[in-house]
Design a protein. Structure first.
Length: 175
């Protein structure tokens, strides 16, 4: 009986609990004790729960799509559902939201560049500082050059990964 009920809910693209709530509402309405008569509210459900239920959607993927989505999600350090939600959000909104771990990498690079900026500021100060600089000017510049190059490479890798990911998604859609 439970399997039959689950199948019925699926055919109507509802969860089992949503179908049950709908059935209860329909029975109460048919017998004159509509849910709206119950203490002025629509049963125990409130407007935010109804809105959340309307925002929920069930998708049927084509054979093999779930495995591919899982691979892409894992490569980006995400759960499959979160990855698919991000893709839909980006497509529908026309935005390019980055996955949290990639955004974290960009934030780390920004922090490195900010630290380098502070180092350059100190490096450019007159020699009247109470503390003597540990590095010679040539050594300091070489250290800064290495840090900037590492930050550039890290940023380029994240950007390259994003471009490759979106391009392969686009190519797969045209195949």
């Amino acid at each position: 009986m439970r399997a039959s009920f689950a199948a019925l809910a699926s055919r109507h693209q509802l969860s089992e609990s949503s179908l049950l709530a709908k059935l209860i509402d329909d029975v109460l309405t048919a017998h004159g004790a509509g849910a709206s008569n119950m203490s002025g509210r629509r049963g125990s459900r409130d407007a935010t729960a109804d809105a959340a239920a309307r925002d929920r959607i069930t998708l049927r993927l084509r054979p093999g799509d779930r495995a591919l989505a899982t691979q892409r999600a894992e490569a980006r350090g995400m759960k499959t559902g979160s990855y698919l939600v991000m893709l839909i959000h980006n497509h529908v909104r026309g935005s390019t939201v980055m996955p949290p771990n990639e955004l974290g990498q960009i934030k780390a690079v920004c922090a490195q560049l900010a630290a380098l900026g502070r180092q350059l500021k100190v490096f450019g100060m007159p020699n009247t500082l109470a503390q003597k600089m540990d590095l010679e000017p040539g050594d300091a510049l070489e250290s800064i050059r290495r840090e900037v190059e590492a930050a550039r490479e890290a940023t380029a890798a994240v950007v390259r990964w994003n471009l490759m990911s979106w391009e392969s998604d686009r190519e797969a859609g045209h195949a």
